[in-house]
Design a protein around this ligand. Structure first.
Ligand code: SER
Length: 640
């Protein structure tokens, strides 16, 4: 088994020897970036330097950045998804470009780390005429030279999704696969956002292991980006030389950068030639401790090289070990950056991690407390990387254990009730939530395991109806109390959709929501736009929005396939991952307006809740306009 510290060090030294300054990882909680809760890639803290500000350490940088991806929380359970991970990164800030990057990467993987080059497959950007970005023939040529030097012919394949691997070694994909920016593909990039075509390296665990035949993709051709598990992406070289222009086109950045990101844990898995990242040194000490705590074996079943059958008991057993190992490790790392379980922003995710880990602990038979046993294991695993954790180990144990004790009580009660119920639906989920504080995410998860479903929108409606009812009941007694706030926040929520639409009408379609925050007193809205709004623009936005409120437009909800919703023009928040079927809110369906060229006022993917008609919102005023980072503006609105 390759060891954690050794592998990380090998990477840093390799690029260190090639002129790169090693810089430390920044916190999991970004300091100057209001657009995101967590650091989710090594590139995030590098943004100003990729845009042209000189980096104090020079033009070649390397590091291992701790990352947390909250959106992956529900994916954890298979052999490769984790919420916390370390991303190896090297950057050229207007220094070297494709030739050095790809040759060095091959040298690192094949010669330094000893991966067999015939197990490596690469992808490149196919080019796009509309975007004015050519096919990446230069990368193809460099890769072909690199493979050929190692005795491998490297033919290209254009349409692998249709034709499969064939004899190919280098695969072209379009901008949905081989383009990287923080927002995703080129069409999703807000104005000012940098990005570019990329080239990914995949490791082949071998056709003979039968991943593809046993997967749900068996009737389609297998290729590097197939999700069957045969191929694992280990690194991505982004050639960051473009940025989104104000007119929506793709233009050149003043400088050409390289942004490479590689998964440290995944790299360990391929070096061990074991597709399970949880069997690497980055998790094994935790898994071993979990085996001790539960009296069960992680690999009691011959599941080692088999893809997951999500309905088998073996899968659930294995998945529980993985969820716990991932979540406890992530909670400790968040605690290391000052995030402890709570109900707001980052701390809410820490709470979710801890609670979910505890529920899975029960499923594999862990009886007593576990954080006091697991935290020290993790702290010592990371002692050379984060020596500071050792000093705070007691505090971390204390805080996580307190959450553990609180939740265990609620859980015991809730689970006993759930066991007695034959059917779980929105109304039972609401009762459990309302009377016992039992989290709806957990009820949802249990329902899923039973093959039942909870309509989350219906749950929200019940929750809202309950809040409204208690408000009516207590109106005289607690003016401006909690229930009252609830209904105010719903008004602000609908107003957010109107504001988004009004900004796009007044400023242009480059405006995209970056984030929003609602309290009972105001709404805050961040969006992409290159310069401050003029007095006149502010007045027009405010007027437009209040006109829509006055028109008392209907707010309607429907469920649609994600693709269809997007094709119809519904707006989606780019930072989120969406399920195949989504809930869409339309405001003013059928309404036509001289200032709006669409048959509705607003259409957005959203879980709700919302007011039924816009007239219920009442008049709104913009109270402040300011910057919220490069290319991002922030508006505050209040009910008058
Ligand atoms: N920013 C790219 C990624 O996250 C490469 O570092 O994949």
């Amino acid at each position: 088994m390759v060891t954690r510290d050794h592998l990380r060090q090998q990477y840093l030294e390799f690029f260190g020897q090639r002129g790169h300054a090693v810089v430390p990882s920044v916190s999991l909680v970004p300091e100057n970036d209001p657009t995101t809760l967590f650091t989710g890639s090594g590139m995030q803290p590098m943004l100003p330097y990729l845009l042209g500000q000189p980096h104090p350490a020079g033009s070649r940088i390397v590091n291992s950045q701790r990352c947390f991806r909250a959106q992956d929380i529900d994916e954890v359970g298979d052999n490769r998804h984790t919420t916390f991970f370390e991303m190896l990164g090297n950057w050229s800030l207007s220094d070297y470009f494709k030739r050095e990057q790809l040759s060095w990467l091959m040298e690192l993987l094949a010669d330094e780390l000893g991966l067999k080059p015939d197990r490596l497959y690469v992808t490149v950007f196919a080019g796009n005429r509309r975007l004015g970005v050519p096919r990446d023939d230069e990368s193809v040529q460099i890769w072909q030279e690199q493979f050929s030097r190692r005795g491998i012919e490297a033919p290209t394949v254009e349409d692998a999704e249709q034709t499969g691997l064939g004899q190919g070694r280098i695969f072209y994909y379009d901008q949905t696969k081989n383009w990287w920016s923080r927002a995703g593909g080129p069409d999703l990039m807000p104005v000012g956002e940098p990005g570019g075509p990329d080239s990914e390296v995949f490791f082949d665990f071998g056709e003979e292991r039968g991943f593809h035949q046993r997967s749900s993709f068996a009737d389609q051709p297998c290729h590097p980006n197939c999700d069957c598990g045969r191929f694992l992406e280990i690194g991505n070289s982004v050639f960051m030389e473009y940025r989104k222009q104000a007119d929506g086109s793709i233009g050149e950045l003043p400088q050409r950068n390289v942004d490479f990101g590689g998964g440290l844990e995944r790299l360990a898995a391929v070096i061990d030639d074991d597709p399970d990242v949880f069997a690497t040194d980055f998790f094994w000490p935790i898994i071993t401790e979990l085996e001790n705590l539960s009296g069960q074996k992680y690999r009691a079943q011959p599941a080692r090289h088999q893809p997951a059958d999500h309905h088998s008991t073996e899968y659930h057993h294995t998945a529980s070990f993985r969820v716990m190992a991932d979540h406890v490790r992530a909670a400790v790392m968040l605690a290391g950056d000052g995030v402890f379980p709570g109900s707001k922003e980052q701390s809410y995710f820490s709470r979710r991690l801890v609670r979910r880990a505890i529920r899975h602990a029960r499923m594999i038979g862990v009886k007593g407390d576990m954080f006091d046993r697991l935290v020290p294991v993790i702290v010592s695993m990371y002692s050379s990387l984060r020596p500071d954790l050792e000093d705070r180990s007691d505090q971390i144990v204390a805080e996580l254990s307190e959450e553990e004790a609180k939740f265990r009580q609620a859980l015991d009660k809730g689970l006993r009730l759930i066991d007695r119920l034959d059917r779980l639906d929105a109304s039972t989920a609401f009762k459990l939530f309302e009377s016992h504080g039992f989290p709806v995410e957990l009820t949802q998860e249990i329902a899923q395991e039973r093959g039942q479903q909870i309509d989350i929108d219906e749950f929200q409606v019940l929750r809202q109806a309950h809040a409204d009812a208690s408000r009516t009941a207590s109106a005289g007694k607690f003016k401006g109390g909690l229930a009252d706030q609830n209904s105010t926040t719903v008004k602000y929520h609908t107003a957010t959709h109107l504001l988004h639409a009004a900004l796009r009408d007044v400023l242009g379609d480059h405006v995209r929501q970056h984030g929003s925050n609602i309290t009972d007193r105001r709404l805050r809205f961040d969006f992409s736009h290159p310069q401050p709004l003029t007095e006149q623009q502010l007045r027009r936005v405010e007027q437009q929005l209040n006109d829509w409120i006055e028109a008392n437009l209907a707010v309607t909800r429907q469920e649609q396939p994600y693709r269809q919703a997007i094709d119809e023009g519904a707006l989606a928040f780019f930072g989120d991952a969406y399920p195949p079927t989504v809930s869409v809110y339309t405001i003013g369906a059928g309404w036509t307006d001289s200032r709006t060229d669409r048959p509705w006022v607003s259409k957005e993917l959203c879980g709700g809740p919302h007011v039924e008609t816009t007239g219920r919102i009442g008049r709104l005023a913009i109270t402040k306009e300011q910057s919220a980072g490069a290319g991002i503006r922030r508006l505050y609105m209040e009910l008058t």
